[in-house]
Write a new protein. Structure first.
Lengths: 293, 295
């Protein structure tokens, strides 16, 4: 009996010995875990308080409790009632989606061309595109505004979208990833008689899918949260994107913080849900884009 | 025609066909506006009246504008506090998180979540936190603890760090993930060799880990510096009643540009400020790359 307990102890010890993931006996690790856990909880507190307050009654917002006494969705019905938030949501969704598709197509096409084709002027085109990374958006907003005014693009989807349809960052990222596609694959497809467009689309693109996903995440998130250009180019309430709408709503709702928190939650929750569903995938994409881009 | 071309010539034709639309885009939407912004910075123009050449007048006005120097200082305060603080915090968290296996993915998720939020939305959330009692969360906590109230957003000294906090908070997750990827890329054999030689953990950190992380650190420093120099969303939304206030104490350059161009319609003056912003970003990135690469 005693010996068997000792045996179990011994085997569990080897099981949890160095090299295995979890070592409950190591107090240092336990303390490290607890501190990091507390820090992590602190990190999500602003999000938690935003959601909690959006579920509270006005008299309750002074209450520090994270869980509302009587959670309800009245704030959401109130905020969504007049349809403005719904419209801004749709605007943001359309703009972010179209911009993402455009970047996926054009950035990868340009990246592919610069990576796999040999032609005079290749280097100059590459350097020219790369050099635009140095130019801050803020320097371009005045000329873009004048351009939009001249062509009647103010206050339209096209006006909000056109500056971001292609990005040097995406082009550079895709070029880096097309380097990993063996030239032999492309050569083989050429011998099979595929034209260059078909080779790009059916041979090369499927091989860089993870990079495309990373690019899509960055472009979508960037456009979903974009503020300064949509603020400048839109002037009617119907054309606002979610951040611009929320900004004007916050000002107008003044001190009704439970309503402001509801608006903030409406614009934040979709990206949080997407993140929670595709977590591993998104973190890998962020690392790839961050380190290669 | 096409059929008579050699394979090499066909490739050239395809390449330019693929690049035609993008080149047009980059010329019209990137290069022309850049030149245009520079040209406007030498003009007097209020959108309605005539455009007249002004020489260096906009730049001279900027040089003599006390608000500009205030704004210039603020912009660098955002950078000089924001970048080191977020660098140190994110490294410490990444370093320790890298050594934990138990619920590693869950902890990582907690730290990364703020990166997926919208800056405008979170600016309003933090603005609520900073309100005086009985509304604001922070002052409520202070009151419960019996500590005097702090007027975060109404103080000329505290408002800037108060606005910077959510910007640092939102960027941490990204930097932690990049640091962890950098830590993983260091070969384990280096650590094992050091441990066999009986080197202390602290020495391993300073002599092995940090030097090998240099490319990651350079990337994070440059990336976050550019972000802090261009801060706008948080400031605009946390001070809507008096943008950049109180008394311009939180106003960054991008907000000054926005106001000059789209509140005062002084396009020439605003364009001159954008050129200054461009030069600041250029110089700061180049200096950082030089310093961090050489050492």
């Amino acid at each position: 009996m005693v010996s068997s307990v000792a045996e179990i102890r011994a085997s569990s010890k080897t099981l949890l010995a160095p090299g295995t993931p979890w070592r409950p006996a190591n107090t240092g690790q336990v303390i490290r875990w607890l501190i990091l856990f507390a820090g992590g909880v602190l990190m999500v507190m602003p999000i938690a308080y935003m959601i909690s307050t959006s579920l509270k009654w006005p008299h309750e917002i002074y209450n520090l409790a994270l869980v509302p006494n009587e959670p309800h969705l009245e704030n959401y019905t109130y905020v969504l009632e007049d349809g403005r938030f719904y419209g801004w949501f749709i605007n943001s969704l359309i703009i972010a989606t179209i911009t993402t598709i455009s970047n996926i197509l054009f950035d990868s096409l340009v990246g592919y061309t610069l990576c796999k084709f040999r032609f005079p002027g290749r280097y100059i085109v590459f350097i020219a595109i790369l050099s635009t990374l140095m130019i801050p958006t803020e320097m371009l907003v005045i000329p873009w505004y004048l351009m939009s005014q001249a062509f009647g693009w103010l206050d339209s989807y096209w006006g909000i979208m056109f500056p971001g349809l292609m990005t040097a960052f995406g082009t550079f990222l895709m070029k880096q990833f097309f380097e990993t596609v063996p030239d032999d694959f492309i050569e083989a497809a050429r011998i099979d008689g595929l034209n260059e467009l078909a080779i790009w689309w059916t041979v090369a693109m499927p091989l860089v899918r993870p990079a495309l996903a990373a690019l899509a995440i960055f472009v979508f998130l960037g456009n979903w949260t974009a503020f300064i250009w949509p603020l400048i180019v839109t002037n009617s309430v119907d054309m606002y994107t979610l951040p611009v709408g929320l900004s004007s709503f916050g000002d107008e709702a003044d001190v009704q913080w439970e309503l402001i928190m509801t608006g903030a939650a409406i614009s934040t929750i979709p990206t949080l849900v997407v993140f929670l569903v595709f977590q591993r995938f998104i973190i890998r994409g962020v690392v790839m884009a961050g380190l290669k881009g | 025609m096409y059929h008579r071309l050699s394979i090499r010539q066909k490739q050239i034709v395809w390449a330019w066909a693929f690049l035609a639309v993008p080149i047009l885009f980059y010329v019209v939407i990137r290069f022309y506006p850049t030149a245009n912004a520079m040209a406007i910075s030498f003009q007097n123009w209020n959108l309605l009246g005539d455009r007249t050449w002004a020489g260096w007048a906009n730049y001279a006005k900027l040089w003599n504008d006390p608000v500009f120097w205030k704004v210039f200082r603020n912009t660098f305060v955002y950078l000089l506090i924001g970048t080191p603080v977020s660098l140190v915090i994110s490294f410490v968290i990444a370093y320790h998180l890298d050594r934990l296996r138990f619920m590693h993915g869950f902890l990582r998720m907690l730290y990364f979540l703020p990166f997926m939020t919208t800056a405008v939305a979170m600016a309003w959330v933090w603005r609520w936190f900073y309100q005086p009692v009985p509304i604001g969360l922070f002052n409520n906590f202070l009151a419960t603890a019996g500590i005097p109230q702090v007027e975060f957003l109404r103080s000329t000294t505290l408002a800037l760090p108060a606005i910077l906090a959510p910007a640092v908070w939102a960027g941490l997750g990204f930097q932690i993930i990049i640091f962890m990827a950098g830590l993983r890329a260091i070969p384990r054999s280096y650590y094992e060799a050091a441990r066999i030689d009986g080197v202390s953990t602290w020495t391993i950190l300073w002599e092995i880990t940090l030097p090998l992380l240099k490319p990651t650190i350079v990337f994070i420093v440059v990336f976050s510096s550019i972000g802090f120099l261009r801060i706008f969303d948080h400031v605009f939304n946390m001070t809507t009643n008096d943008p950049g206030g109180p008394l311009n104490s939180t106003k960054p350059l991008v907000l000054m540009i926005y106001q000059s161009a789209f509140s005062d319609f002084n396009m020439g003056y605003a364009a001159a400020q954008t050129v200054v912003l461009f030069l600041i970003l250029l110089v700061v990135s180049l200096v950082q790359l030089r310093i961090l690469r050489d050492n």
